[in-house]
Write a protein that binds this ligand. Structure first.
Ligand SMILES: [Zn+2]
Length: 369
């Protein structure tokens, strides 16, 4: 996931206008989604559940292990675990799965989640130090944030200069064996790559309440209520599926969106006050992780970018979606899988998308049993 809102979005005038006139009128959601094709969906959590359900022989056991890397500087282990579970529950519930399915998951903290440990279905890593080694691919993918501000008469515009990538996520992948006499029927399935959600080491990741605090639209009782519910969940030793679903519903009801990076805001205001142009000044953003985590875990569920589906993804349609005439794909911005608002809940489009993915995964598993 890239940070969409940091790219030259701040004009002094527009910031004030947006925060004073409230959120844009909530648009009715449409049937719009993008997810992986059926064969690749089998590597997702729903694909794993469907393989188990279909009784296909597999080497990953009947426990779905999610490794969550512990000991991060700006977010507690308890929050890391809670927010990972919350993201999984949101996607599972939206896909039509319930408490019995969720009970097949083991979420556990480890000081290092090894991506080559095939016993895990996924590893969740919120990297937190600039010199952290998190794998060659990520070391080139993620980069420090840099800010530039340009002064024009009456306004100053600031943005990140490098369109910073905040996270990356992908489903696990599976391979299968079959008898030559009947290639459709799989004799065994094995995991050959672990799924992952990895968040950039160049950000200070914080817990969800900080994102609520950073959003002026959630100031007052709505935000306070959400934070109280969050602390109640955090205090529990083990949160049940139902408790997590109830909190997810509160977030959706409040249309909760995470606030902007306070470090960026501070630099922006300092720059605006001084009226100084700055160029490529490095800084360390501070984000509540949850909207990025939800998005990257969405990728581990096979969801693609709703605003810009890949060529090899499946998209849905409805009368009012935007259709790209070249690619014949439909897209939306009203999705946690789009580079748009920092949703901390799943929109109606997300729900339709993951439901479609679950249906496709189920049919694929049944085909190969
Ligand atoms: Zn993404």
């Amino acid at each position: 996931m890239k940070s969409p809102s940091l790219s030259y979005f701040v004009l002094a005038a527009t910031v004030v206008a947006h925060s004073s006139c409230g959120p844009l009128s909530p648009l009715k959601s449409h049937l719009e989604f993008a997810h992986s094709p059926a064969d690749r969906l089998l590597g997702t959590p729903i694909g794993h559940l469907e393989i188990i359900r279909a009784g296909i022989s597999h080497n990953f056991g009947d426990r779905l292990k999610i490794c969550v890397e512990s000991e991060k500087k700006t977010i507690s282990n308890a929050s890391l675990l809670l927010e990972t579970k919350l993201a999984y529950v949101m996607w599972l519930k939206a896909a039509g799965y319930g408490a019995a399915d969720f009970s097949k998951f083991d979420f556990f903290l480890a000081s290092k989640c090894q991506r080559d440990d095939l016993s895990n279905m996924a590893s969740i890593v919120l990297a937190n130090s600039a010199n952290e080694v998190i794998g060659d691919d990520f070391n080139t993918l993620f980069a420090p944030a840099a800010m530039s501000c340009q002064v024009q008469p009456g306004s100053i515009s600031c943005g990140t200069t490098n369109g910073m990538t905040l996270g990356w996520g992908a489903a696990a992948s599976l391979s299968h064996s079959y008898l030559v006499s009947n290639p459709t029927q799989w004799s065994n399935v094995s995991r050959h790559a672990v799924g992952f959600a990895t968040l950039s080491q160049f950000v200070d990741w914080t817990a969800l309440p900080a994102g609520i605090d950073a959003n002026p639209l959630l100031a007052g009782s709505a935000g306070t209520e959400l934070k109280t519910k969050y602390s109640h969940l955090l205090a529990l030793e083990n949160q049940s599926f139902e408790q997590l679903v109830a909190f997810a519903e509160s977030l959706k009801l409040a249309k909760a969106v995470s606030g902007e990076d306070p470090v960026f805001q501070k630099l922006f205001h300092a720059s605006a006050q001084a009226g100084d142009e700055i160029s490529d000044v490095k800084f360390r953003p501070q984000y509540a992780a949850f909207h990025v985590l939800l998005h990257e875990i969405g990728h581990t569920f096979g969801m693609m970018h709703a605003d810009n589906p890949n060529a090899d993804s499946i998209t849905g349609s409805s009368a009012t979606t935007t259709l790209n005439p070249q690619t014949h794909q439909f897209s939306t911005l009203i999705s946690s899988m789009a580079y748009a608002d920092q949703y901390v809940y799943l929109t109606d489009d997300d729900v339709l998308g993951i439901s479609s993915a679950a249906e496709a995964a189920r049919a694929e598993a049944l085909l190969h049993r």
